[in-house]
Write a new protein. Structure first.
Length: 274
């Protein structure tokens, strides 16, 4: 960690939650006036030249986690120019976006209060404000459950953004239809929940009956998205067992699952199963 990044880290790591975003923003503006990025890249290039197996931690072709702490993450992100995006996602955490290589354009929306957060209200349409221009090296604050940001791009096919994300986050964000602006589904922000949901889906696609005991166990998972994906997976593997799983969720605590169960049972009742 170079001197500028260490000063930034030490200044904001233990800030109080109440004012964290806005105090951190002041320190981020100070960081942007330094040569932290040039020093960071040059430092890693030197290590790449001198250490045969060195690579930046937690990085890929599209992102590089510069700092990853208990309070925040600071990440370089490569963004491609928008090409008919079908979805718009709200962030379940406070975030700051800074374009580093060029001016960019984005759409700004207001999100009607998503309370209760874990129950998708499909009537709460995003409120479009305007397509705006964000100048190079200018921070843009995104407040969770208030502001929604949709990236369009700049003059080039790709732009590099600096992303600052607060660690204190809610369990879910909402995904919207980019055309109608109505909510489509909940997107989990809990790593374990996301992994279990995708594992259930994979097991359903593989279709092996040996997965059924584990999938039935997941019907009692505390996360409703995992419970429903487990039921769907069971149905994909064995219809009769799937019907059993759906009936077990008929009185689930989550309204979305109860609605999905009712819809599924109605569809099943119309099938010719003779």
């Amino acid at each position: 960690m170079n001197t500028y990044l260490k000063q930034f880290h030490d200044a904001i790591e233990n800030l109080e939650d109440k004012h964290f975003l806005f105090e951190a923003l002041d320190h981020l503006k100070t960081l942007l006036k330094t040569s932290f990025l040039i020093e960071l890249v040059n430092g890693h290039l030197s290590k790449l030249n001198s250490q045969e197996h060195f690579y930046p931690t937690r990085s890929s072709i599209n992102y590089w986690h510069i700092l990853n702490t208990k309070a925040f993450t600071l990440t370089l992100v490569r963004m491609k120019k928008e090409q008919d995006n079908k979805f718009i996602n709200s962030y379940p955490y406070d975030k700051v976006i800074v374009p580093l290589t060029e001016d960019i354009f984005y759409s700004h929306y207001k999100q009607p209060s998503p309370t209760p957060l874990e129950v998708l209200d499909k009537t709460k349409k995003l409120q479009p404000l305007a397509i705006q221009k964000l100048h190079k090296n200018t921070p843009y604050c995104i407040k969770k459950h208030e502001d929604v940001f949709s990236y369009h791009g700049g003059s080039n096919n790709e732009s590099i953004l600096l992303s600052f994300s607060c660690r204190k986050a809610q369990s879910y964000g909402w995904e919207y239809d980019a055309n109608t602006l109505f909510p489509l589904r909940l997107v989990t922000n809990v790593l374990q929940s996301a992994r279990l949901e995708h594992t259930c889906k994979l097991l359903g696609e593989l279709g092996n009956e040996s997965s059924l005991p584990n999938l039935f166990h997941f019907l009692k998972n505390p996360y409703h998205n995992v419970r429903w994906e487990a039921a769907r997976a069971i149905m994909n593997i064995d219809f009769d067992k799937g019907l059993e799983a759906i009936l077990l969720l008929e009185n689930d605590t989550h309204p979305d699952i109860r609605e999905s169960v009712e819809n599924a049972l109605n569809k099943i009742s119309t099938l010719n199963l003779s």
